[in-house]
Ligand binder design. Structure first.
Ligand code: ADP
Ligand code: MG
Length: 322
């Protein structure tokens, strides 16, 4: 497999009064160019911290990247001088967040903000950058983009604002898009449209996407491969079809169960009993052991490694061998 991004044993910590919280605790994975990979897990598992680490945007202090490497196009991003990292950010790697209203500046028009994102990375005249901004608004299917160029963020719906954010993120034609819960703040009907747009743009622009979400149903719409994260570690990795057909880790099973129930109960959120452990209070052994319906003695004694099951499939569970 050709590799665009390769994380090896990434560790990100927070220094707090209570001690050091290991929120990303030895994460390794690869993404090929053109590939859409899902990163799923409940809130608090370390997904956003993984994305922010890739961008080197972890707020420091209290956050800190404590080890590992992040190879992108053959260079370790963790070793780049900040000046070079700025060229990577928003140029080769872009990020879209959950909340478009807080990411957009309320006092400038949406079009101006897209134009500025373009002007930041490309030497274009004002009229050329405006034309390119309108072209980007059209690309993300904002109706009547010449007119909507002059709309302020509050004059647009949540879905339209997220399209503006996507236009900004893609204006530099990145090789990799990190989409962190891009649809979580939107109505369910709009969520599907945004994911469909991302899927289409991913193909058309030949970029790689890391789609971060707590919702496996969103992953199924777009990603070809899934990484399941729990309490700072990857607990399962699989092609999307295989994962849905036969999850290897009980945590993945739990996540799948919650989307199945969601369908049956007409939208009521169902969850796995218990909650993601506080990084200071990880249970001994397997991090999921206190919530796992299939736990046995060994699970409390030692943390399972990521066990290779078949090419492209791994799971961190004693039931899988080891
Ligand atoms: N500023 C901070 N100080 C201490 N801990 C933090 C800080 N920001 C996030 N965390 C912790 O890092 C962990 C991972 O958070 P995050 O990556 O945002 O999770 P996710 O995106 O999967 O919901 C959580 O336990 C969270 O409480
Ligand atoms: Mg998050």
């Amino acid at each position: 497999m050709e590799t665009l991004l390769k994380l090896d044993n990434l560790r990100t910590v927070f220094d707090t009064a209570e001690g050091t919280a290991r929120v990303v605790d030895g994460v390794s994975f690869e993404i090929a160019p053109d590939e859409a990979v899902g990163l799923v897990g409940e809130s608090g598992c370390g997904k956003s911290m993984t994305a922010l680490s890739i961008m080197r945007l972890v707020t420091s202090p209290p956050g800190r990247i404590d080890g590992g490497s992040i190879m992108f196009e053959g260079k370790d991003l963790l070793a780049l001088p900040e000046k070079e990292m700025r060229r990577v950010r928003g140029n080769k790697i872009s990020i879209v967040f959950q909340e478009p209203l807080t990411s957009l500046n309320p006092v400038f028009t949406c079009g101006e903000q897209v134009r500025e994102a373009i002007a930041l990375h490309q030497k274009l005249s004002r009229s050329d950058s405006k034309a390119k901004a309108i072209e980007m608004l059209r690309l993300v299917r904002i109706p009547d983009p010449e007119k909507r160029y002059g709309a302020y963020p509050h004059q647009m719906s949540g879905g339209m604002r997220q399209r503006v954010m996507i236009a900004m993120a893609l204006s530099c034609e990145p090789r990799l898009l990190l989409a962190d819960e891009p649809t979580s703040a939107l109505d369910v009907s709009v969520q599907g449209q945004i994911i469909e747009l991302l899927r289409e743009l991913q193909e058309r622009m030949h970029m790689a996407v890391l789609l971060i979400t707590h919702d496996l149903a969103v992953v199924a719409q777009m990603a070809s491969r899934v990484l399941v994260m729990y309490a700072g570690v990857i607990v399962e990795e699989a092609p999307v079809g295989a994962l849905f057909q036969k999850p290897a880790h009980p945590y993945t099973e739990g996540l799948l169960g919650s989307i199945a129930r969601l369908g049956r109960s007409g939208g009521r959120l169902a969850t796995i009993p218990g909650s993601v452990p506080d990084p200071f209070r990880l249970p001994p052994g397997c991090r999921f052991s206190d919530r796992c319906p299939k736990r046995f003695e060994k699970c409390f004694a030692a943390e399972p490694p990521l066990i290779d099951l078949s090419p492209g499939r791994r799971a961190r569970c004693w039931l899988c061998g080891g």
